[in-house]
Design a protein. Structure first.
Length: 446
């Protein structure tokens, strides 16, 4: 009996586990779900006959090694910094590995050994990265088969709150790792625009978010996402003048987050500045005070920025987060990012009946025989509730489908890969459509 071992039972794991539970019954496989929280892991599998929940601290070498030894395929939904210890065990024990996370420098160092052993390590197999790669490559390859030349590639993706659940001034709710939300953009961004390399520092990531319209939705806005340049050779678009990967948010989020970042509320190294703060109000005043002349913090900040068109909007956002309250700060904070994360989790968490929404848009311009054209390919997916979210669905299902195809011998690749080859993206995209994850595509002359 083949055994799939999943490390991590958090927010993104629910729909993956649902999918695998069905496939284990159909194929007579075993599913092992591992998490530090046994109750959480058990809640995800229920009383499924071919599944078991295991409590594990993944840093425990002996326990982790034993579970991987029993696996035929391993899926890691752990925080990115923990993938490497799982990857090393998979390599040593000759097990295939799937993750939804970016290929980092540590994983890259294993590439030759993975290839030499004939294993498959498939990374970036979630939403973004994941579905974005697969859907983009399908379009790119279609254009190339017509001898087309691609001149501009802009790919947008965002995890948002669905309009019917949008009831706060941030127009946002948490559907994935809150720490990643707090630290979004920390590494800045690199992209290519009209043959110019654009390097955006963290301080300016949210400063000039660009509006984008998608049929059926209110206007959204995008900010550049990490290092777009590294994907140009992977997509085989070396000569392309414009190549940008972005993250989508509602404009109000960008306006407010730009101010929080500028004030220093996302700092991870300011303990000495804030260590004597007792309340949220103390903390926020300490962060704002260097920005005004007489140290009277918030009121003076508002007065100083009276011409700011988003001044009232930001005031409402700040009040909503509770950072102007006299409530005591959480114990054990080490930086402003800790405090802000606490606020987000308490104020922007999903309620039981809330729905989230995934939005993706590829904007691709190309020419064939001198005729210029543009493809717009959009995807909108809504969640069912706060547990089976659109984020969980779009991250989990590609992983589950790929796992099934590998165990059935329908994906035979070996080596270190992301899903940019037809053997992966063609069958996965076909099955995703059966689950309602289907792109709406238009192609017209320009």
């Amino acid at each position: 009996m083949k055994n799939i071992v999943v490390f991590g039972a958090g927010k993104s794991a629910t729909c993956l586990i649902d999918y695998l539970l069905k496939e284990t019954l159909l194929n007579n496989w075993q599913l092992t779900v591992c998490d530090s929280n046994l109750t959480l892991a058990q809640s995800k599998i229920g009383d499924a006959p071919n599944a078991r929940a295991v409590a594990i601290m993944v840093q425990n070498d002996a326990e982790r090694n034993q579970l991987i030894q029993q696996a035929d395929l391993v899926i890691s939904l752990l925080p990115p910094d923990l993938h490497f210890i799982v990857a090393k065990d998979c390599l040593a024990l000759n097990k295939n590995l799937l993750t939804a996370s970016y290929v980092d420098e540590n994983i890259k160092t294993l590439a030759k050994e993975i290839d030499d052993k004939g294993l498959l390590f498939l990374c970036e197999m979630g939403l973004d990265p994941g579905i974005d790669h697969m859907s983009a490559m399908k379009i790119i390859e279609s254009i190339k088969k017509r001898n087309g030349s691609i001149t501009s590639f802009i790919s947008h993706c965002g995890g948002l709150v669905a309009p019917e659940s949008d009831n706060n001034p941030w127009h946002y709710k948490i559907t994935w790792n809150p720490r990643n939300i707090v630290l979004a953009g920390k590494d800045g961004a690199l992209y290519r625009e009209e043959n110019r390399t654009i390097n955006v520092p963290y301080q300016k990531i949210f400063q000039d978010c660009v509006p984008v319209d998608i049929p059926g939705l209110h206007t959204l806005a995008w900010y550049p996402n990490r290092d777009s340049l590294s994907y140009i050779p992977l997509y085989k678009l070396d000569e392309i003048p414009t190549f940008i990967r972005t993250t989508l948010r509602y404009p109000a989020f960008c306006h407010g987050w730009n101010k929080l970042q500028w004030i220093g509320c996302t700092s991870t190294n300011d303990f000495e500045q804030i260590k004597h703060c007792k309340t949220f109000e103390d903390w926020f005043d300490v962060k704002v005070s260097p920005l005004v002349d007489d140290n009277q913090s918030w009121n003076n900040y508002l007065q100083t920025n009276i011409t700011d068109p988003f001044r009232q909007e930001f005031h409402d956002q700040v009040v909503f987060l509770g950072v102007r309250s006299e409530e005591k700060l959480p114990a054990g904070f080490t930086c402003s990012a800790d405090i802000l994360q606490y606020c987000l989790e308490n104020k922007l968490g999903m309620k039981s009946d809330d729905k989230d929404m995934i939005v993706m848009l590829h904007q691709i311009e190309y020419s064939v025989n001198g005729q210029r054209s543009a493809v717009n390919s959009s995807l909108i997916v809504k969640g069912e509730d706060s547990l089976r979210t659109a984020m969980a669905k779009t991250v989990g299902l590609p992983l589950g489908i790929a796992a099934k195809l590998i165990l059935q011998g329908k994906i035979k690749l070996t080596g270190l890969h992301i899903p940019i080859v037809p053997e992966i993206y063609e069958p996965v995209l076909r099955e995703l459509e059966q689950h309602g994850i289907k792109f709406n595509e238009t192609d017209q002359s320009i």
